[in-house]
Design a protein around this ligand. Structure first.
Ligand SMILES: C[C@H](O)[C@@H](O)[C@@H](O)C(=O)CO
Ligand SMILES: [Mn+2]
Length: 596
């Protein structure tokens, strides 16, 4: 599937730099230097893909770069090719500031080959000194073990840093120039839904498209959606989205005709919200060119509660389907679509999506259950990973159906996969593991249908959240952990106490005995907002690298210190990594704008 956003996907520029002394030195190194560049390109292209499924493409400079002229020619080529991040590689001494990449917006790294025949590491240190001196924070990569000259094998520790840098750098480059579609504005006074357009612009290069929810009504009333697709989608929905038990009070329950109307409405809402994000040629063909162009949105948010949901069916179906890796058109890249228009959680979901290529979970961080409290209300002991307590993650709406954990990895473990690895059977299993009870009319007077499931099985996951703090700006918090499956009777009892018609994920954070991670309770007590974005896998180290590129300090994480990979300049801000991170982010400020 092709990238559905306007513009081409960013490429990885590789800069083989070399000692410029001709008549001997340079000639003796040309092959080795270029071979290193090719080895790095091969690793990246063989390993990484975009969320759209497209291959990551590397562009190597036409020549080795021995001086400023070749550096300028390389920069020119990168501009023409749409390069979004740069990786400089070399095994030898080069002339630091003469060959550096001076583009202030380009995430950059330097890999200094650890070999002693030529002083690659000395160049690395000199180059990083230059980048620090010029205010261009750059990642330094240096393998732990000495390699023999001409060895183009990339050691595991170098691979890990190369790929971490490239994944995070490509995430930065993919966000730049795209939009956040804000449908409606503030929801129930949730601070994250008071969309901060300056944050999105200055830190991510993302513009905010504010659209009133009335636009959805206009398009429904005037038929500005693809009728043929609507019929197909409605039939698929009736076939695959089974209504669950109506848990409304009898006096709030509505008849079959009203429910049928609500199903039609929520399916139309899904088509319309998707069209608003990324357009639809069918609308252009019918003369609705402006609507058909879409808003180039890489993420979106639906205000939902209140106003709209006091009047119209809620967007739980829309949010759940858009966030999933499939719909009536088949298996496809997930969208990033937040409920309650929580734009900060949308950004957190987008980070996870761009780093893992998988769909995302949006949850309230709802309840901490201690083993004692569970015992008190269920009579049962928590055990296994859950033995020290669990956190109930649950929110109506925008959790991907992939979070039913019906997809399996090679070893048969529950997982959430990039869409191109998901089978038709797994899609059906995800759908069959989900029911769609009528929305609770106490909350959603206009009705609608909520996705109801529980995450079945243990999966490694990472919950993160961007929080906005006046006086600092954005901060990021990260909690790696696992989903757990509680015994059915325990799950039922706990779930019934809250909103059993919504999707539940039981979460256990990885504890390290320190600070916010000294116990499960402290993780919840230190969570900075009502929402968290949850992604498959332990991706905390990738998130830390990405945050540093964006100059967003990390206020809480449970990633092992040796995995923390930030630009080399961060070490100049002090030995205490957390404080240094804050000082560096404050010093460099947001990538695309100014803080004041
Ligand atoms: C009670 C509110 O209506 C729910 O939506 C609440 O659980 C929230 O999701 C608030 O973030
Ligand atoms: Mn919520």
């Amino acid at each position: 599937m092709a990238n559905r956003l306007i513009g081409s996907l960013p490429k990885v520029g590789i800069r083989p730099v070399i000692d410029g002394r001709e008549n001997g030195v340079r000639e003796s190194l040309e092959t080795q230097v270029m071979d290193l560049a090719k080895a790095a390109a091969a690793l990246i292209e063989e390993t990484l893909r975009f969320p759209s499924g497209e291959q990551v493409e590397c562009v190597i400079a036409d020549t080795c770069i021995g001086g400023v002229a070749e550096a300028a020619m390389c920069a020119e080529k990168f501009k023409k090719e749409g390069v979004g991040i740069s990786l400089t590689v070399t095994p030898c001494w080069c002339y630091g500031t003469e060959v550096m990449d001076t583009d202030p917006l380009m995430p950059k790294a330097v890999w200094g080959f650890n070999g002693t025949e030529r002083p690659g590491a000395v160049y690395l240190a000199a180059a990083l000194a230059g980048y620090s001196q010029k205010g261009l924070p750059t990642f330094g990569i240096y393998g732990r073990e000495v390699q023999d000259a001409g060895d183009t094998n990339i050691p595991k520790d170098v691979q890990e840093k190369l790929l971490r840098f490239v994944k995070s750098g490509l995430a930065v480059a993919q966000m730049n120039g795209k939009s956040y579609l804000s449908l409606g504005y503030s929801s129930m006074g949730i601070a994250g839904s008071m969309v901060d357009a300056n944050f999105l612009q200055d830190y991510l290069g993302v513009r905010t498209e504010f659209v009133e929810s009335v636009e959805i009504l206009r398009r429904m009333d005037e038929g500005i959606y693809d009728e043929e697709e609507f019929q197909k989608a409605l039939a698929w929905t009736k076939e695959n989205c089974k209504e669950g038990e109506d848990r409304n009070k009898p006096e709030d329950q509505v008849d079959a005709a009203r429910k049928a109307l609500e199903w039609e409405t929520v399916v139309k809402m899904t088509l319309i919200c998707r069209d608003m994000m990324n357009g639809n040629q069918k609308l252009i063909d019918r003369g609705y060119r402006e609507e058909g162009l879409g808003r180039n949105a890489i993420m979106g948010g639906f205000q939902g509660q209140r106003q709209w949901t006091d009047y119209q069916p809620n967007a739980d179906f829309t949010e759940a389907i858009l966030n999933s890796s499939f719909d009536w058109n088949g298996i496809r890249q997930a969208y990033v679509f937040a409920t309650e228009n929580d734009s900060l959680n949308a950004v957190s979901m987008l980070f996870g999506h761009l780093l893992t290529n998988t769909s995302q979970i949006f949850s309230d961080v709802r309840t901490y259950w201690s083993p004692e409290a569970v015992k008190r209300v269920t009579g049962k002991e928590l055990s296994g990973l859950a033995k020290d307590g669990v956190i109930h993650l649950i929110n109506s709406g925008s959790t991907t159906l992939d979070a039913t954990a019906q997809q399996k990895d090679g070893a048969g473990n529950p997982t959430m996969k990039p869409y191109w690895e998901i089978s038709e059977k797994e899609v059906q299993d995800c759908l069959d593991a989900t029911e769609w009870p009528q929305a609770i009319r106490d909350y959603f007077r206009g009705g609608g249908f909520s996705s109801q499931f529980k995450t079945q099985g243990e999966m490694p996951v990472t919950m993160c959240r961007i929080n906005m703090v006046k006086g600092i700006g954005p901060v990021l918090q990260i909690a790696e952990g696992w989903t757990v499956e509680l015994p059915e009777d325990v799950h039922f009892t706990l779930d019934e106490r809250t909103n059993p018609t919504w999707p539940t994920t039981w979460f256990v954070p990885k504890l390290n005995g320190k600070g916010a991670f000294k116990d499960v309770y402290s993780v919840m007590a230190n969570w900075g907002a009502n929402h968290g974005a949850i992604s498959y896998g332990h991706i905390g180290a990738d998130l830390i690298t990405l945050a540093a590129m964006l100059r967003i300090p990390v206020n809480m994480h449970n990633v092992e210190e040796e995995q923390v990979f930030r630009p080399s300049a961060w070490s100049a801000f002090g030995e205490d990594k957390e404080g240094a991170d804050y000082r560096a982010c404050t010093t460099y400020g947001p990538l695309y704008g100014m803080t004041k």
